[in-house]
Design a protein around this ligand. Structure first.
Ligand code: NAP
Ligand code: G4F
Length: 341
C-alpha cells in the first residue's frame, strides 16, 4: 500500500513541487484547492490526472482553510499518513492590507487543521504526521544569522500569524503527542514563484522589457537582504522532517544573504545590461510599514540531523529564473545564451 499525503496549498509554488516529489516517491497525493472563477491549477498541469484514470493517484479536492467542517471531512475521507500545511495568504506586503483575512487563514487555518487531526487520531487511532510551513519572516527584527533558538520578533500580520501557527503546532505536539513539525523556511524561489514576489517580479520584468512589453520595473526597498534558495530542494527538506523518528523544528536556508539590489544587478547582467538603474523606478506603494531588513539562515541543525543542504546557490538561482522568463517571452536566443551549470 502506498502512503497517502494531503497537501494544503497544492496549487502554490511549494505545493506543486512537493506534489512532484511525493508522486515520484510513489505516494498517493491529495491536494486541497479553492474554487476560483478561472483555472488555478496551472502549476499542476504536468501531473494532472483525469479522475476517470485507472489507478488515479493524484486527487484534488475543493476546500478552504477558512472552512473547518470541510477540512475535517476531507481528513476522514482521505485517511492520510502525512499532511503538509502549505496554504496561506503568503504575501507579506498584502498582509498589511488584509490583516484579518491573513490571520484567519494563516493562524486560525492551522489551528483548524490541528484540531481536526487530533480528533481524527483519537477517533481512528491512525497516526498522522503534520508539517507546518513556518517562515523566516517570524524572526523579523531579530539579529542574523537566525536558527531554531533565535527569538521571534514578527514585523507584519503575515509574520505574527505564522508565529501563532508555529506555537499551535508545537503545542499540539507537546500536549497531545501529535507528530507535528515546523519547517522554518527562508525565502525559496524558482520559475514557479508567484509573479508579485520580488525575485520573480524582477526576472519577469527584465524579460518583458527585452520583449518590448514594458519600459520599467516599479519596486520598493532595494536594500533588504534575504537568504534566497531554490524551491525544489526545499520541499525535499519538508519530506525529510516527516521521516525522522521524532517531530522537531528545523531551519532551512542557504546560509548566504543578498540584497534586492544584488538580485537586480545580476538579473540585468545575465541579459547584457549594465545600466539597470535606467529601468527601475522606486514606487513607495511597495514599501512595508515595518520592513524585515536582514534574514540569513544558520542551517547547522538541518545539516546534521536531516543530512539536508542546499545545492543551488544565488547566482545559479538568478540564472534559472531569468532563463525561464526569457523563454516564456519567446526570447529563445537570449535564453540560450544563459548557460546553467
Ligand atoms: P504560494 O505560492 O503563495 O501558495 C499559497 C497556496 O495557498 C496556494 O495554493 C493558494 O491557493 C493556497 N491558499 C491561499 N489561501 C487559501 C485558503 N484560504 N484556503 C486554502 N488554500 C489557500 O506560497 P508558497 O511560496 O508556495 O509557500 C507555501 C507555504 O510556505 C506558505 O504557507 C508560505 O507562507 C510558506 N513559506 C513560503 C516561503 C517561500 O519563500 N516561498 C518561505 C517560508 C514559508 P490559490 O492558488 O488558490 O491562491
Ligand atoms: O519577495 P518578497 O515579497 O518576499 P518576503 O517578504 O521576504 O516574503 C517571502 O518570503 C518569506 C520567507 O522569509 C515567506 F514566508 C513569504 O510567504 C514570502 O514567500 O520581498 C522580499 C524583499 C522585501 O524586503 C521587500 O520589501 O523585497 C523587497 N521588495 C522591494 N521591492 C519588494 C519589492 N517585494 C515585493 N514583493 N515587491 C516589490 O516591488
Amino acid at each position: 500500500m502506498s502512503k497517502k499525503a494531503l497537501i494544503t496549498g497544492i496549487t502554490g509554488q511549494d505545493g506543486s513541487h512537493l506534489a512532484d516529489l511525493l508522486l515520484k516517491k510513489g505516494y498517493e497525493v491529495n491536494g486541497i484547492i479553492r474554487r476560483a472563477s478561472t483555472f488555478n491549477t496551472q502549476r499542476l498541469e504536468h501531473i494532472y490526472q483525469d479522475p476517470h484514470t485507472k489507478n488515479y493517484i493524484f486527487r484534488l479536492h475543493y476546500g478552504d482553510l477558512a472552512d473547518a467542517n470541510t477540512i475535517r471531512k476531507l481528513i476522514y475521507k482521505i485517511d492520510p499518513d502525512e499532511i503538509y500545511n502549505l496554504a496561506a495568504q503568503s504575501h507579506v506586503r498584502v498582509s498589511f492590507d488584509i490583516p484579518e483575512y491573513t490571520a484567519n487563514i494563516v493562524a486560525m487555518g492551522t489551528l483548524r487543521l490541528l484540531e481536526a487531526i487530533k480528533d481524527y487520531e483519537e477517533q481512528t487511532g491512525h497516526r498522522v504526521k503534520f508539517y507546518q510551513a513556518s517562515s523566516s519572516e517570524m524572526y523579523g527584527s531579530s539579529p542574523a544569522p537566525q536558527n531554531e533558538n533565535t527569538s521571534f520578533n514578527p514585523r507584519s500580520p503575515y509574520a505574527y500569524s505564522k508565529v501563532f501557527a508555529f506555537h499551535c503546532t508545537k503545542n499540539y505536539r507537546e500536549a497531545y503527542n501529535l507528530f507535528a513539525a515546523n519547517g522554518i523556511l527562508f525565502n525559496h524561489e524558482g520559475p514557479r514563484r508567484g509573479e508579485t514576489f520580488v525575485t520573480r517580479k524582477i526576472t519577469r520584468g527584465v524579460a518583458r522589457i527585452l520583449a518590448g512589453l514594458d519600459k520599467k520595473i516599479y519596486l520598493g526597498n532595494l536594500d533588504a537582504k534575504r537568504d534566497w534558495g531554490y524551491a525544489p530542494e526545499y520541499v525535499e527538506a519538508m519530506w525529510l522532517m516527516l521521516q525522522q523518528p521524532e517531530p522537531e523544528d528545523y531551519v532551512i536556508g542557504t546560509g548566504e544573504a543578498h540584497s534586492v539590489k544584488e538580485f537586480l544587478e545580476l538579473a540585468f547582467h545575465y541579459v547584457g545590461i549594465s545600466n539597470w538603474q535606467d529601468y527601475i523606478e522606486i514606487d513607495p506603494r511597495y514599501y512595508r510599514p515595518t520592513e524585515v531588513d536582514y534574514l540569513v539562515a544558520d542551517i547547522s541543525k538541518a545539516k546534521t540531523k536531516l543530512g539536508w543542504q542546499p545545492k543551488t546557490k544565488f547566482e545559479e538561482l538568478v540564472k534559472i529564473m531569468i532563463k525561464h522568463d526569457l523563454e516564456l517571452q519567446g526570447l529563445k536566443e537570449k535564453a540560450e545564451q544563459i548557460k546553467l551549470s
